[in-house]
Design a protein around this ligand. Sequence first.
Ligand code: ADP
Ligand code: ZN
Length: 745
Amino acid sequence: MLKASIPPSVTEHAAGMAEFYHHGELLSVMTTQPLGRALDYRAPEGGCHAGAFVEVPLGPRKVMGVVWGPGAGDYDINKVRHVIRVLDAPPMREEMREFLLRSAAYTLTPLPAMLRLATRAPGLGDPPSMRKIYRAGDGMPSRMTDARQRVMAVLEEYGDLAFTLKELSEMAGVTSSVVKGLVDQGAVREEESPRDLPFRPLDPSLPGKALTEDQAKAAAVLREGIKSETYGTTLLRGVTGSGKTEVYLEAVAAAVQAGRQALVLLPEIALTEQFLERVEERFGAKPAEWHSGVTMTERRRIWRMVGQGNAQLVIGARSALFLPFQNLGLIVVDEEHDTSYKQEDGVLYNARDMAVLRASICGAQVVLASATPSLETWANAEAGKYRRLELTSRFGPAVMPQMGAIDMRQAGLPGDKWISGEMKREVDARLARGEQAMLFINRRGYAPVTLCRACGEQIGCDQCDARMVEHRFLKRLVCHQCGESKPMPEACPSCGVEGKLAPVGPGVERLGEEAAGLWPEARIATLSSDMYGSARALKAEIAGIAEGAADIIIGTQLVAKGHNFPKLTLVGVIDADLGLTGSDLRAAERTFQLMRQVAGRAGRAEAPGAALLQTYQPEHPVIRAILAGEEEAFWAAEAGERRQAGVPPYGRMAGIILSGSDAAAVFDLGNHLARHDGPLRAMGAQVFGPAPAPIARVRGRHRVRLLVKADKGVALQEALGRWVGGLRLKGDLRLAVDIDPQSFY
Ligand code: ADP
Ligand code: ZN
């Protein structure tokens, strides 16, 4: 969240980077504390390099920071203190400091907040700790069992390499006690070693799959790009199942062969065991895996090994972009259109755009892969800024699903049912053939509204202007804005009448209930992120379903992302109109992408697939484009409309979100900004608002938005900086700038 303070002096500092500071020399240190600027210190005994991670005194505390450049010399020279110590980590590379500076400037984020993203390694300051590792010993086991044999075989195969107990027992498929037994006999050696082990080297020379002609052509272009050792971005477009992953893994192989590191970004939920196994199969070793479910020790290991060049490939969620790569040659952004690449709290950055920035600084290639690219990326390819590669057909016998609409005006359903007769018959047919069917609805919970039939009250959140959503599975009402929840009440909180609360509208749980009534014999799996304790549990469930553990899958958008269900031949979209009603500028684009993506789940193996959309507006241009599969036509039309309106990607936008506990104060600040919009008007930008945000209260804070629209070529950030940079925010008022906003809530 941007406190209205733009760091003034950091850019000058970056320019004059000195390499080494001798003991006592003046240098500046950027800390992760919200100070807005670097502070002067003296180099410690033994000196230090620019970029070194250091511990410095700050008032009574010790804090971590990075040596940013020469001292500014604007602080009483007699009071300047010494750096306490240099931490045991390779110095931050100059290209990383430049990346942080430029991404901070682009997103109008104070540099310390940006730096925090780049130092998210627990125990960065700790001395290296030890742990036990295992390798082949000299002794022989007294008695050879099958299990023991497997352990010995693994050790033999990998020669001199050492393993953790977990790695070794997993690879051999034995319990850890088998390994321990071999240690007792001297057949396996147990040693103490630094905790952070290098990742096992990948073998890029292992044969990949034999590529089709299309795929081979695309892979060759990507390999050429890697060879050029310069920056370049490629849009890799291809329908789901066309082999995009197969192709970009060739680019990864080329990067690794060239001695450079590679990063593959995936939407968090698409980071599945399935995917990692596939990568392991291709390269003979596991890549580093970076996401919110990774343990602290593993995070630390990855951060360190990436920095030492001992991790060649990282598969990660968006924050992996801030890892200290030493020699990054390739960034793949898979499902590049996915909205989860935009971080919506804290630092508001779009990982896809920042990937392009990072690559352009370090001379790396970027591959943006998608079946349904964002309009931004499509337009960049049209304009010739990005290369464009197409995979036109699905791999092997799989063909694109047949698309059809079910006109809900004819369905004659009662108000509390959502599965039409036609949909039911289609599902029946799949079940009879032993195939899987999926019903998709993009709404979590049981019902979006809980209505009191006595007084008409719709139960809302106490802290937000949002309705509470019933989650029957959790037996609670949940606010999807702030996460607040409370037990489902017996009586209406407004009128006190009991037994009159009724669910209105469908959520994924309620749809599951309807399906259970229609298909009592079928195995039904309802998949929604909140129904599983952990991401791991959810992933395990999905893997089971892919292998056939369910006949009918009921799911929210999380099933749309990158999973492979070979037995799935029908996708039924319960409410294709859901996304079309929003006032969001990207409503049409999002609906189009989501429907194509969901439909892409069907028919990935031999059996052909079909996708059926239940809609009340079969003539809507977006629905028609989806049905006809006219992607180019859809994009061209959508691009035309946006160009006309001067909105992204043909114009620039920034959101200003003001919030505070006192509604009047928030509005006053908004009005003040609107009245003093000189810096923006000077460059022809328009300011809209202040207006209450669509969700006008979240967590008890009132929210007001302003929207800035400007022409494509203008220096928007600079003007915004002049506009809001000098503001003093009183009390608990907050101001956040959202460059290229994706959501407008
Ligand atoms: P996408 O990333 O475009 O969705 P994938 O790369 O996941 O496509 O490919 C879809 C499926 O087809 C995967 O199971 C993949 O292993 C398989 N596949 C793709 N190309 C080939 C190929 N040339 N040879 C063998 N299998 C392939
Ligand atoms: Zn709430």
